[in-house]
Design a protein around this ligand. Structure first.
Ligand code: B12
Ligand code: SF4
Length: 524
């Protein structure tokens, strides 16, 4: 067992998870193990960032209460995945295992499915999340029993009821299942209207592994809304659920934050697809957080530049008071041509009076900086028309203006409009999905090879990250003292003193970095 993997409950007690004492004649309790994949990417080094998967706790909270659920976020034991799963499956004896999978995690998911089948052949295997929803055909041959497409709470609850009581799977919307030799795909489930309390609060107590962290503080995720009405060409969300926006009540959101805090969280990540779609609601939410005294926690949120730029005077001071510390800005690119390709111009446009007034990015950053928040700069470089110069222009921008770079390469995820563009133009260079992690360049531009794009980003970005260490130190000195060396070593893996001093080509260091990244990708 790797040193990092810590259980909240000793193994023997896993059997006792959940409720006991239900009337045996009425209900059959099943053991359900829910797991998220251990795969991480460059901007989320597990030494500093290990977040819970929000979907799993929400699923756990929404199946009938007599089932026993255990959640294992495998990022918490990414270096001992096999041993952890073997222990969990032997001790907990799940009747059902559910996997939450993103596209770059598909290979790992396949290995976990094989392992689970070997260990417990009778167990039903369910997959859900973005990849199974958008590339369901890939999972039909992977030895799974059920694919839950789109939002999962109600579909999974109904699946569990049918497994428990018998009955037809054909009536469960959003479910794909094996029917004889073929797969049946039920009609899609419409997006949930979150206003009607159909979705109950997450069940965090089902988590059996410990060690969630964001730079040394225990982190949790909460949702206040789902959906987005924009249609950026690189984003999976539109194919996943259409263009819509639904919100939870503030009472529910505050209860969720309290629950996260009571489970130990000191940092809260709001995982809303686009909370800044309704700025007035976001302002009211900040006020509600302040009034409820929940502003002692740190908050992390993703935002559009246009909303921050347009409403900075009212929104940003409230965010500061509510405890927001990091804001991920979807800048995407600073060049108009690239924004057009990404279909992200509208959400990055500042509006003044009636007219449009150009790119919103600088103004948004300025508002956030004036109110002491850190900007995580989301940029995408390596779009079809990009040249070395246009990539460098974006990197230079990040160097000057953002506090923590989150620079990615366009990645052709299943069924996004961008994927079609890249395929049609013959620009997709790598089909190995485990490399679709956002920081591995798997597409080239019309002018620059994929490897060169990645090299340019890698070379620039490492140094930008180092600049944030003093700010992290001031906030969490012990964490940085204890882990600073490891974080530095991770950021600069592949480099040597010689390469840092310029005595060896940085291309050699890049090759070593790529090799270590390949080794890291083998989790099971
Ligand atoms: C928050 C978020 C993150 C956070 C937190 C992740 C976490 N630990 O929870 C951070 C910033 C860390 C992150 C990172 C990444 N993310 Co991200 N992220 C999101 C985001 C915005 C929301 C996800 C979320 O929590 N939603 C709330 C939950 C409740 O909904 P959900 O996950 O969809 O789950 C529901 C269903 O999918 C289903 N379901 C899910 N799992 C399961 C499992 C079972 C068994 C069942 C039955 C159902 C089911 O039921 C759930 C409840 O309805 C999405 C979407 C978006 N608009 O951009 C992207 C998204 C999921 N991320 C994506 C990607 C690619 C990444 C990165 C690889 C790179 C990047 N773009 O940053 C990294 C990799 C992270 C890592 N492991 O190292 C992609 C995935 C695309 C794909 N096809 O795989 C998305 C869709 C964004 C996009 N580009 O379009 N991400
Ligand atoms: S604004 Fe954000 S959530 Fe909405 S489509 Fe664009 S990238 Fe996706």
């Amino acid at each position: 067992m790797g040193a990092r993997c810590r259980f909240t409950i000793p193994y023997p007690s896993l059997r006792r998870l959940g409720l006991t004492g239900f009337p045996a004649q009425a209900r059959i309790s099943m053991n359900v193990l829910l797991v998220s994949m251990p795969d991480y990417f460059e901007h989320m080094p597990p030494i500093a960032i290990r977040m819970p998967n929000g979907a799993l706790a929400s699923l756990a909270g929404n199946i009938d209460a007599h089932h026993k659920v255990a959640i294992a976020d495998l990022i918490l034991c990414h270096d001992s995945v096999r041993e952890t799963l073997v222990h969990l499956i032997r001790e907990f004896k799940p009747d059902v295992i559910g996997l939450s999978v993103m596209t770059f995690q598909r290979r790992t998911a396949g290995r976990i499915i094989e392992l689970a089948r070997d260990l417990r052949p009778s167990m039903k295997i369910v997959v859900g999340g973005y990849d199974p929803s958008l590339a369901r055909e890939a999972y039909e041959g992977m030895g799974v029993d059920y694919i839950v497409r789109g939002e999962g709470e109600v579909t999974f609850r109904e699946l569990m009821r049918t497994l428990e009581n018998g009955g037809e799977f054909s009536g469960i919307r959003g479910l794909s299942y094996r029917s004889g030799e073929r797969w049946a795909h039920n009609p899609a489930r419409p997006p949930h209207r979150l206003e009607d309390d159909d979705i109950r609060l997450p069940k965090r107590s089902a988590r059996v592994l410990r060690g969630y962290t964001l730079l040394g503080r225990q982190v949790d995720v909460i949702e206040t809304s789902r959906g987005c009405t924009y249609d950026c060409s690189f984003c999976s969300i539109i194919e996943m659920r259409g263009r819509n926006f639904h919100t939870y009540s503030f009472d529910r959101v505050l209860a969720d934050i309290r629950d996260a805090r009571d489970h130990g969280a000191r940092t809260i990540f709001l995982v809303d697809d686009n909370i800044t779609l309704n700025v007035h609601r976001f302002e009211a939410l900040c006020r509600a957080i302040i009034e409820a005294g929940l502003n002692q926690l740190d908050y992390f949120v993703q935002a559009m530049t246009s909303s921050i730029a347009d409403h900075g005077a009212t929104l940003v001071p409230l965010m500061q008071q509510a405890g927001f510390r990091y804001v991920f800005l979807g800048i995407e690119n600073i060049l108009e041509g690239d924004l057009k390709f990404l279909k992200a111009a509208a959400k990055n446009t500042e509006h003044k009076n009636a007219g449009q007034a150009g790119n919103a990015t600088l103004r948004a950053i300025d508002w956030l900086h004036r109110h002491k928040m850190y900007v995580v700069g989301g940029l995408i470089v390596g779009n079809p028309e990009d040249t070395v110069e246009s990539i460098e222009a974006n990197l230079e921008f990040a160097r000057r203006y953002v506090d923590w770079p989150y620079i990615q390469h366009p990645t052709p995820y299943p069924r996004t409009p961008m994927t079609e563009d890249f395929r049609r133009r013959g620009l997709i260079m790598i089909e190995r999905l485990e490399e679709y992690d956002g920081t591995t360049a798997v597409v080239r531009t019309e002018h620059v090879p994929a490897e060169e794009i990645e090299y340019l980003r890698w070379k620039a970005e490492r140094w930008m990250k180092v600049r944030h260490i003093p700010a992290a130190f001031l906030h969490d000195p012990w964490f940085v003292i204890r882990n600073g060396r490891k974080m530095f070593a991770h950021t600069f893996r592949g480099s040597t003193l010689r390469s840092l001093l310029g005595l060896e080509s940085s291309r050699k260091a890049f090759e070593r970095y790529k090799a270590s990244r390949n080794r890291e990708r083998v989790y099971v």
